[in-house]
Design a protein around this ligand. Sequence first.
Ligand code: B12
Ligand code: SF4
Length: 410
Amino acid sequence: MEGEYVNWTTPKFFFPTRINRYMPLGVLSLASNLLDDNHDVLVLDPPSEGWDINETVKKIEEEKPDVLGISSVSRRVYSLNKILEKTTTKYKTVGGPHATHHAQEILDRGADAVFVGGIADDEFKNAVKTNQKGIVDCNTKMDDINFPKRDFLKIQKYFPKDFALFKAQNRLPMFSSVGCPRKCIFCNVQGKKVQRKDPKIVVEEMKYLISIGCKSIHLLDDNFNEDESHIHRIIDEMIKNKLSVEWSGRGEPTISEELAKRLSENNFKRMHCGIEALDDDILKFFRKRVRTKDIYKFCKTMNKYKIDILGYFVLGAPNETEEYRKQFPHKVRELNIKHPFFNILFPEPDTEYYYSLVRDGIYEKDYWAEYMKNPTPYYEIPYPYGKEKKQEIIRYVNGLIEEFKVEDIH
Ligand code: B12
Ligand code: SF4
């Protein structure tokens, strides 16, 4: 995390690492699939361990690996570059969400191969054998690979230590699908091509998680309920296997009565969803598919079936009015959104929202393009609507956190 660019999206309060660690499932997936070829694999998780760049480099160098694989997110491009520069491994590879848009820059910084496009397990396995160089397009099918084994890391460390807002003992995440076909302007989910796992494999992975002590499974998909038939098939398979574990999922705020009823009957406790706003003009600005009437209907149905809602909100849209801000907390209460999670609109690189700021001249230049060429530590992009407005929105969101005493993450 050392040197990562400043981002005002998520108030410090909600930072994932503040309370709990999250398993790096992408890297664990790659590691699990390399085992087929009898490779010796070691997984390091520097953000969870709190290592700085030098410590991370030291750990890598101590191992003298033949192949180094680094998973990259854009805000940590500074440390990515430093690690590439300071390590001596012969074959250095990079993948993850940052790689797809910035492959050439990463190669220029010393990587031998960069994996773009998403699920990369087959391509990586092949590259470890051949030491393939350059940009590698990835098309691995999720059903053709092993699910991520968690025991490369010490599982106990990843069980939540503190219960904030909701109780979910020994909760672990997994994926039943990746990707999302929606086009919300602030979103950086690059796997727009949806891949859903075979429900049989989903349930196998659930059983595995239970076998290692997990008591609450969270489907951390990009958009878990985008296709309701997928969830129905998972429930069918859970019933067939007599699986009654507590579970939850992450998706969008629409649901049929039939699915809500079945979920509730099958120990589904909580839905985490991107509600973002409770106003149609703002939803339109964000290019959300849903409108307030859909959100109201969704909340009513979930409340009827006693499934808790964790609602993500994005505050700070340029068309947000004083009146909206005043009414907003009442609406959150009225909808009985038990766990509201407040974010501030941020122009992430490679998002439509950022591009529009440059296109419309609100930003006088392409700040991210400049930054990516030469990332400096703790860079902060200007707030698009001026310093005063920035303080105003931060104050407002802090007030909401205080008012709702919000205490949980993802
Ligand atoms: C789960 C998740 C989290 C979890 C867990 C993160 C973790 N420890 O792995 C938590 C909540 C902690 C989290 C935190 C953050 N996240 Co997050 N997160 C996700 C999410 C929803 C899914 C990632 C995932 O596990 N996918 C499933 C696995 C199987 O796929 P994968 O990770 O993509 O990995 C595959 C390929 O990408 C590739 N690959 C990945 N790495 C590598 C490396 C090599 C060498 C190779 C060859 C291939 C390869 O192969 C993998 C296996 O097939 C994504 C959204 C998304 N769709 O990607 C956002 C996402 C990755 N997160 C994002 C961000 C910004 C963050 C944070 C920086 C936010 C913050 N507030 O601090 C932190 C940073 C965390 C970190 N590890 O660095 C952004 C990244 C944007 C970008 N372009 O960089 C995304 C895309 C969300 C978004 N909408 O903007 N995140
Ligand atoms: S629905 Fe969620 S994952 Fe899909 S594009 Fe919108 S914000 Fe991104």
